[in-house]
Design a protein around this ligand. Sequence first.
Ligand code: G3I
Length: 321
Amino acid sequence: DGLNTRAKNNGKLYFGTAVDSSGQSDSNYMNILSNSDDFGQITPANAMKWDTVERSRNSFNFGPGDAVANIAARNGQFLRCHALVWHSQLPSWVGSSGFNNATLIQVMKNHITQTVTHWKGKCGHWDVVNEALNEDGSYRSSPFYNVIGEAFLPIAFAAAAAADPDVKLYYNDYNIETPGAKASGAQRIVRLIKSYGVKIDGVGQQAHLIVGQSPSVATWTSNINAFTSLGVDVAITELDIRTKTPASSSAVAQQAIDYANSVKGCLSNTRCVGITIWDFTDKYSWIPSVFPGEGSALPWDSNLQKKQQVYNGILSGWGSG
Ligand code: G3I
């Protein structure tokens, strides 16, 4: 059995991967991606972000996102859609056009309504708001927070729910895999949205982790429980576990354990619905360009060869099921 088959055998919705545009013209890459034994779900790494979808005001480009939606449809893969409201990869017109509270709400709602409507029935999940928090749990400065205040969160979720009542709506962030100020901040966001009478279905724990510094199974478990006890699902949405390159054999052995622990954490709670790795191959990983000298974070290497030890680590996390 492959990664996705094993996840499904354990009651999860999927095991999946992000896909970026560079991989889509690489036939070896596409062959591995399209094997639904390993990947039952995909997320566009960039194609549905604001700077692609609405680079200039009210002019929409759904082509790159459609390409990913078509791959998912062709392969029968669950589509996680990412990300509607985010301070990064946000075209400058959104932050610099002198919008006030009323007009920025209008701009944000229009973006959400057009985008969610376009992929209605295709997206299983939407990351509605991405990375709204600082490490101390306070709100991050962004055009949305600075102009609208924290109400931008419930307003965004309400607009998404109105455009597609069936898609599951997620808040997504990193460094919320362990208990602490930022995880508490994300829990505050869940309560805030619910306090407005607005629907939030889940929280995405991105899980951009570091070999040897990844959460234990017990930490994963208690932290996931802290979210699901608020009445939302959890998804592990962008898992990768980086190390210094080239990876030493001891780092690879530890990485296999760290991957297994992440799987076991999700397995411990039925409301953890699935796991997505942030691309499956080092060939297209975002890590080396952001963290020079680090990488080797994924279960396929930069030649698209499977790293059997890491792959087996993930499988072993699922246990015998
Ligand atoms: O599209 C341009 C291309 O025209 C140009 O030639 C090229 C030169 O560098 O850059 C291309 O844009 C890059 C884009 O990825 C598409 O590949 C950007 O420079 C680069 O910054 C961008 O990086 C993405 C990053 O988000 C930006 O924040 C990564 O691919 C993507 O994997 C990463 O994903 C994020 C999640 O959305 C949210 N959580 C963190 C995660 C990792 O940073």
